[in-house]
Design a protein around this ligand. Structure first.
Ligand code: ZN
Ligand code: ZN
Length: 391
């Protein structure tokens, strides 16, 4: 029975053995972003690497699986975590007795019917411990597996987000393989390359060594011939053009869910969903804040002081705005229902908020200077009076 390869999941993800689940998650995400097949289309090495980190994450992110892995240096669904812990305790006790030889459980029969090995000393108690460790039923090697979700960011220009329209993008998704129809195999079988047909592999669990059903073939010793098109994956990557509707009033960061448009499932598993995250473009004059439009508008000193009616740009074109007499720089004026039509509340729309910016004239002629001096004489109030009163 050839031993299965030892995999250092911690090294794969690049974290210490003492890493917290949060650290593991962060490290995995960072690697997943780098090696995801979506960002490396057609790159077999990246795909392989992505599989490795996914496998490591699958074990390390699950507290129960991680415990078993930490205990034995490998993981198998056939090991019951409680029994694994008992085994570890028993192993520790045995170690305390000063036995430096690794226990060889190879070929040992763990079934209930087996008699404890005669003359084996502590073997009987070990049998009890290990008999509960492997569940009798092996998991179906290839049950239906649901497809994963996909997430794409879509950039939509300022006006399309406000007025609505269509957006197009190309997505890379896993589709059911057209050759094997997702079965991953073309029928027929061959000797399992992992266990060379024996159906069992030897695993080292710390100082203990024992046999488990081969994870590759599920103990049958045979594997199905892999489909040549999808290399046994059941799915193939396909680039697909996608066209979808942008609702008027779509906001930045909005998520659109397209059910069933994610990666295909395997063996009849349901497909994942596709999530589109909308990023809306900016405009040199208008700024969006939810359904409101913000704009900074310069006005002259006389328009602000005397009050006036001025023309203001809005997303629908020009509109009239009354500047009340004595309007200060920085003052905000609200133009009701001149903002963006709401994408979620029928018939509602936001406001436009105008921030007044009083533009001070560059005085070049003597006559204007005279008028301003005269104006100052008529209005001797100190605008800093309120500040002086507070210091
Ligand atoms: Zn096998
Ligand atoms: Zn196939």
């Amino acid at each position: 029975m050839p031993p299965t390869q030892h995999k250092d999941y911690y090294a794969t993800i690049g974290v210490k053995k003492t890493a917290t689940s949060d650290e593991i998650r962060k490290a995995f995400r960072k690697l997943a972003r780098k090696y995801h097949p979506d960002v490396n289309p057609g790159d077999k090495k990246a795909e392989e690497k992505f599989k490795e980190i996914s496998e490591a994450n699958d074990i390390l992110s699950d507290e129960k699986k991680r415990k078993i892995y930490d205990q034995f240096g490998f993981y198998s669904d056939q090991i019951d975590p409680a029994a694994a812990e008992a085994a570890a305790r028993a192993g520790a006790a045995q170690g305390a007795h000063g036995q430096g030889v690794p226990f060889d459980f190879g070929g040992f029969d763990f079934s209930e019917e087996a008699q404890p090995g005669s003359g084996g000393g502590g073997w009987g108690s070990f049998r009890d411990v290990f008999s509960g460790m492997f569940s009798r039923e092996r998991q179906a090697a290839h049950g239906p597996q649901a497809g994963t979700d996909l997430e794409y960011q879509v950039n939509v220009d300022f006006w399309t987000a406000i007025r609505g329209g269509t957006a197009r993008l190309e997505i890379q998704r896993q589709e059911v393989c057209p050759t094997c129809h997702g079965k991953a195999s073309t029928g027929g079988s061959q000797t399992c390359p992992e266990c060379h047909g024996s159906g069992q592999v030897t695993q080292m669990g710390g100082r203990m060594k024992f046999n488990i059903a081969c994870p590759r073939c599920g103990g049958t010793g045979k594997v199905q011939n892999a489909c040549p098109t999808c290399h046994g994956e059941g799915t193939v990557y396909k680039t697909e053009p996608l066209e979808f509707r942008i609702k008027p009033g779509t906001r930045d960061g909005q998520r659109i869910r397209l059910a069933g448009k994610g990666n295909a499932g395997v063996n009849g598993g349901a497909p994942g969903d596709l999530y589109l995250i909308i990023r809306t473009g900016t405009h040199p004059v208008f700024t969006r804040q939810g359904d409101d439009i913000l704009i900074t508008l310069p006005v002259t000193v006389s328009e602000a002081a005397l009050g006036s009616r001025i023309e203001v740009p809005t997303i629908d074109g020009r509109a009239q705005l009354r500047i009340p007499p004595g309007t200060q720089s920085g003052q905000k004026l609200r133009m009701r229902e001149r903002g963006v039509p709401s994408a979620t509340r029928e018939g509602m729309r936001g406001d436009q908020i105008v921030t007044v910016e009083v533009s001070v004239p560059q005085v070049r002629d003597e006559r204007s200077r005279e008028i301003l001096r005269e104006f100052a004489k008529l209005n001797p109030d100190d605008p800093r009076e309120a500040i002086w009163a507070k210091v």
